[in-house]
Design a protein around this ligand. Structure first.
Ligand code: KG4
Ligand code: ZN
Length: 325
């Protein structure tokens, strides 16, 4: 729930524990949980914000991209709510909301729009790796994306090879902190490529072959940490190098990052170091706002209203494969 650039309530119902049992996201369970959580979470948000439903002036929800049934559940519930209140509905692109989430700061969080700078934005999550040129207010151009695995997917799949529970990215990151990143030299796929696309499936495959040839690594705590550090270094170097190169090419002075993988300690540190060295400003989404959240959806909707953008039709369909334009 947001008002005038301020976040009044931001309640997140995490499903990580549920899906961990199955080693990945199970779409039917995700949808069922959305259905089950919608009203309790809405009630919690009203309580936290201290307001009643009649005070709501606009309802916004993400309508894509994502799992069709889960999107449908959230969007239809939000549209029903807007219809019942007689209020406009805004269907928001989930990645467009990520683009502006690094500008949400503080406790309670608020949008720092006055500080906004044109930037190169990295969106790195379990499902997506995107490099976007954010030229100005609500004005962006997608430069590149992943042609196979997303960065988070690569972290999770390598973590699974090592035997870490899903999602293994955060644990791999923690182990990497205690390892030697120079222990192994894994490939940096497409890093030297002139384009802005990414590819991480080759890196995952090379770790798989490495473990096939060195099965003893899995039984040695020290070696596992070195492996984690080396894999993390490869993923991070590709992400940071390509983001900075795009900034240099386009003459952009600011880098931003959001999405679950932006919680990665190695990525945050490397972006900070390399931006400092190159005289670039850096805005990283706060850790609690890196993963999907309603605050970024509400604040983007507010921004669109201010810019005079018309609401979305109240019966608009979800768009599971919606590409950021
Ligand atoms: O944005 P997100 O919560 O969900 C979507 O994928 O939309 O991102 C989740 C991803 C998972 O792949 C998870 O392993 C990864 O973000 N992740 C991390 C870290 N924290 C979350 N990956 C590496 N290091 C981390 N510290
Ligand atoms: Zn997301």
């Amino acid at each position: 729930m947001v008002h005038d650039g301020r976040v009044l309530a931001n309640i997140v119902a995490s499903q990580i524990k549920l899906h961990a049992e199955y080693g990945g996201v199970v779409p039917e369970l995700a949808t069922r949980e959305h259905l089950r959580n919608f009203l309790p979470v809405a009630r919690q948000a009203f309580d936290a914000a201290g307001i009643t439903p009649d005070k709501i002036t606009t309802v916004a929800a993400t309508i894509g991209p994502g799992l069709p049934q889960a999107l449908m559940m959230g969007a239809r519930a939000a549209q029903g709510f807007a219809f019942a209140l007689g209020r406009p509905f805004y269907g928001i692109h989930h990645h467009e909301a990520h683009l502006y989430s690094p500008w949400i700061v503080g406790d309670p969080p608020a949008a720092d729009w006055p500080a906004f700078e044109p930037n190169i934005s990295l969106i790195v999550s379990g499902g997506h790796t995107l490099l976007v040129h954010v030229k100005g207010e609500l004005d962006h151009e997608v430069l590149g994306g992943t042609i196979d695995d997303a960065a988070g997917e690569c972290f999770d799949k390598v973590a699974k090879l090592i035997g870490l529970p899903y999602p293994g990215g955060p644990e791999l990151d923690r182990l990497a902190e205690e390892g030697d990143a120079k222990a192994h030299s894994f490939p940096r796929p497409m890093m030297k490529d002139k384009g802005d696309d990414f590819s991480f499936s080759g890196l995952k495959t090379s770790v798989r072959y490495f473990l096939r040839d060195h099965p003893e690594v899995i039984r040695d705590d020290r070696k596992i940490r070195d492996l984690c550090a080396s894999v993390r270094a490869a993923i991070v170097e590709v992400l940071v190098t390509k983001a900075l190169r795009a900034a240099g090419r386009l003459g952009v002075k600011c880098i931003t990052a959001s999405g679950g993988v932006t919680c990665n300690i190695g990525l945050r540190r490397s972006l900070a170091e390399r931006c400092k060295r190159n005289g670039l400003m850096l805005r990283l989404a706060e850790k609690s706002l890196c993963t999907d959240n309603a605050a970024m959806i509400g604040l983007l909707a507010e921004r669109k209203i201010r810019a005079g953008i018309e609401p979305t039709s109240i019966d608009t369909d979800v768009r599971p494969g919606w590409q950021l334009e």
